[in-house]
Write a protein that binds this ligand. Sequence first.
Ligand code: ZN
Length: 263
Amino acid sequence: MIYLYIKTCNHCGLKYLGKTIKDPFKYKGSGTYWKRHIKKYGYDVTTDIVFETKDKEELKNIGIYFSYLYNVIKSDEWANLKEEAGDGAGKGFIHSEETKLKQAEKAKGNKRGLGTKRSLETKEKISKKAIGNTNFLGKHHSEETKIKQTKVKSKTWKVTSPFGEEKIIINLKMFCEKNNLSYTHMATRKYGSKGWRAVNIELKQTKKRKTERKARSWKIISPSNEEFVIVNLEQYCKENNLHSGHIAGKYGYKGWKATKILD
Ligand SMILES: [Zn+2]
């Protein structure tokens, strides 16, 4: 079995999308930036399996699909330096220039200089190619695609077999077709179809953490012991070139500390 997983650093929320044939809960992930991060801050992470299959090609498609869905290369929230195409380093969709740029920018801790090396159009082409005929997305670029992608994000399903085995899938319709089950029954009825059940799940952890961190107010202590209250920690850190995850941690960041003010 090949697993596509998302690991989230429990301290700062940094995420990593990866694949493995090993036990994804034991396997720590192999990305250069990710490995550097867990080496520095410790391996205290949450692992979510987002897809599993025996089919390499399928995993590759879904991996690329997720890479673009979450914008893992460009996004500061992700440690990925390239798409998770499921075929290891040195192959697949590697854009060396961009990768290097990102690596350098990430190392500097300043992501503002990142240019748009690859046009949106190219990205969409690639993601469409990856998605192939799996019907995940609509036909148009722009907003519509975005809306659909967001919907798809919450279209993750936990499927339970008649024998109680659980599996996370992202295309219930395709799954039902393959297994000769009724999609309507699976999607809408508690008892599903032919002993199979499906529950719609969201990658809640990711979402929750994000809003939580944005909504709360924080007490900040500067290196010179000044105290003040701010609302958006993420933004504050960006403006002051601080690490929003680690400033809230036990040891703070560069002499700065942040504590959540409880409502
Ligand atoms: Zn971290």
